[in-house]
Write a protein that binds this ligand. Structure first.
Ligand code: GLA
Length: 396
């Protein structure tokens, strides 16, 4: 989007902020939301039984206790509207309130999905013209999070006549649902999904989104994960505690990447303070996948209470260094080797003065759970192709 368009978008946002809305205690997501979402593995085959099984698995595998508490039903739960316009779930979800009660009984929270357009991306019923009714229905069921996905609203935008008008309509539509959610009186986390259009990171906060997708869809392959993850360079200043950039859900455990590549995925998402929403079948995880998803030291980087998103601090060709300041004054530092796998391992150097650190620095490897010792000026380490070394560094 050019500067003029951004400027216009900013004006529209400030106009809409005049809309009165019931106060809510903010932030609803003081650290990046963690949980599971049905889309990446089940797509439109998700149903009540599979969601219950995933909730059970969150508990049984220790994922809930590691912080994964949202159980998010993505597209394809929607049924028809009744004669009064209220939405009902389809046959795959016979009783949404009972499902919510089940999820809550496990100490988990329920997320649901809709679109500001008339239809969702899978051509189910969207919320266009029914925002308040849908928000009320979600609140009655006991929903705790809404992912609101642009989908067919793009057709409405296409009729707008100009990019500025299209963006204004989109921002108004997202604002409308936030206000509808607020009017229910139930705290419902608002997860905006419009693939980053119109630089959403510049206005997502102003319309009351708790998180906003910054990219198109992830896929379970290294090239796409890396394309999305590394494209986040420069966005750190737009995230604050309770307002998160969302580079899409995790693919860890879905089988399309090596363990090394999934470690890169987790490390990068943790440095980015990204929502950690698993997208695999939690009932069939290898111990390796469980370990990848539940590494407490990696999760602690993502969930750090300072809520500062990390960013790229150095790049030389295919070698990148990213750092995230942490609440205790230490830094999480990730060294990424983006070379293709046939190039094999490379030695990377971390120069402490590039991070503003002088003198002796102690270094801990967060995947190995190992203190590596104290180093002066520089730390050198082998990093496998498509891989990462994730460190926590602190002054002695
Ligand atoms: C879009 C979203 C995905 C998923 C699908 C469902 O592509 O970006 O995350 O929600 O729609 O149809």
């Amino acid at each position: 989007m050019n500067q003029l368009t951004e400027c216009v978008a900013a004006i529209f946002v400030s106009v809409m902020l005049a809309t009165p809305a019931t106060a809510e205690s903010r932030p609803l997501a003081p650290t990046p939301p963690m949980g599971w979402n049905s889309w990446n593995h089940f797509a439109s085959k998700v149903d009540d039984a599979s969601v219950r099984a995933q909730a059970d698995a969150l508990v049984a595998t220790g994922m809930r206790d590691a912080g994964y508490i949202y159980v998010n039903i993505d597209d394809s739960w929607e049924g028809k509207r009744d004669e009064n316009g209220f939405i009902h779930s389809n046959d795959k979800f016979p009783d949404m309130k009972a499902l919510a009660d089940y999820i809550h009984s496990k100490g988990l929270k329920l997320g649901i999905y809709s679109s500001p357009g008339p239809k969702t991306c899978e051509n189910y019923e969207g919320s266009y013209g029914h925002e308040d009714q849908d928000a009320q229905t979600y609140a009655t069921w006991g929903v705790d999070l809404l992912k609101y996905d642009l989908c067919s609203f793009q057709d409405i935008m296409a009729q707008a006549g100009s990019q500025e008008k299209a963006n204004r309509l989109m921002i108004e539509a997202y604002s409308r649902m936030r206000n509808a959610l607020r009017r229910t009186g139930r705290p419902i986390v608002y997860s905006v999904c419009q693939y980053g259009y119109a630089s959403v990171w510049r206005w997502g906060d102003k319309i009351g989104a708790d998180l906003w997708r910054t990219t198109g869809d992830i896929e379970d392959k290294y090239s796409r994960m890396a394309e999305i993850g590394f494209s986040q360079a420069g966005l750190s200043k737009y995230a604050v505690p309770g307002r998160w950039n969302d580079p899409d859900m995790l693919e860890v455990g879905n089988g399309g990447m090596t363990a090394e590549e999934y470690r890169t995925h987790m490390s990068l998402w943790a440095i980015l303070a990204a929502p950690l929403i698993a997208g695999n079948d939690l009932t069939r995880m290898t111990p390796e996948t469980v370990a990848l998803l539940t590494n407490r030291e990696v999760i602690a980087v993502d969930q750090d209470s300072a809520g500062v998103q990390g960013d790229r601090v150095g790049v030389e060709g295919q070698f990148e260094i990213w750092a995230k300041p942490l609440a205790d004054g230490s830094k999480a530092v990730a060294l990424f080797n983006r070379q293709d796998s046939w190039m094999k391992t490379a030695i990377m150097e971390l120069h402490f003065d590039d991070l503003g650190c002088k003198g002796a620095v102690s270094v801990r490897d967060l995947w190995l759970h190992k203190d590596l010792g104290t180093f002066q000026d520089v730390y050198k380490v082998e990093v496998p192709a498509h891989g990462v070394v994730l460190l926590r560094i602190s002054h002695r």
